[in-house]
Ligand binder design. Structure first.
Ligand code: DC
Length: 221
């Protein structure tokens, strides 16, 4: 049986950076499930399916073949055979992903793929519903969070580093709105699994969070 670590939590808690570092240390693959939803969103944008057209999205999603491949430990997302890593990190695709990801048929399709990957490989998988829905039997479940204030500040500094200006209060309000949507949607809402360990990174460095999770992994190996 493979050793799987599930990491869930809200946007901006540091999930992907931390999950990637944990996976590297443990020589496991890192499965970024958000990237899969982003690839699905990219497909809908390219096919010009209006995002309010749920039926259209349900109909079209069966034609989007999304798979993951690993090249030198780096996850490559393939959309109908094309490497789309370079197209999925934009605001537009992120926003579209938050519209397509609550749709039941989309989630079912992604869940099957995620479960197959986890059955075949030891992996660290991050997302919103990994511990609660996708891998209910994961050996370790982490709920990674940080206060909305801290997450907003991190995002603000990221923008600043790219030479862009942000409005801290606005960013925090957006984060809180997105949390509310993620936690109150009908399908697979974001919540801490009962058997998940809560890791609050508000006052931690990345290294401290990685160390905390590695310690928990080693206890369960
Ligand atoms: O983590 P991210 O920003 O790359 O995620 C993109 C979108 O996909 C975001 O709106 C949340 C959603 N998502 C989800 O619903 N379930 C997951 N397991 C991962 C991401």
């Amino acid at each position: 049986m493979s050793f799987n670590v599930a990491i869930d939590g809200p946007a901006g808690a540091g999930k992907s950076t931390i999950a990637k570092a944990v996976a590297r240390q443990l020589e496991m693959i890192y499965v970024d499930t958000g990237a899969m939803y982003r690839a699905m969103a990219l497909y809908m944008l390219r096919e010009k399916v209006p995002l309010q057209d749920v039926e259209g999205i349900v109909r079209k999603c069966q034609y989007a073949d999304i798979t993951l491949r690993y090249e030198d430990g780096v996850q490559v997302v393939l959309l109908n055979g094309e490497n789309v890593n370079g197209y999925i990190r934009t605001e537009e695709v992120g926003n579209a992903a938050s519209v397509v990801s609550p749709i039941c048929e989309v989630r079912e399709k992604m869940k099957r793929l995620q479960q197959a990957l986890a059955a075949e490989n030891d992996c660290v998988m991050d997302g919103r519903d990994i511990g609660t829905c996708v891998l209910p039997d994961a050996r370790l479940k982490i709920y990674l969070t940080a206060s909305s204030r801290v997450r907003a500040r991190r995002r603000y500094l990221e923008l600043e580093a790219r030479g862009e200006r942000g409005d801290l209060a606005r960013i925090q309000a957006d984060i809180e709105e997105r949390d509310y949507r993620d936690m109150h949607r009908e399908n697979s809402p974001l919540r801490q699994a009962e058997d998940a360990v809560l890791v609050d990174t508000s006052d931690m460095t990345i290294e401290e969070a990685v160390e905390t999770i590695l310690r928990l992994c080693r206890q369960r190996m």
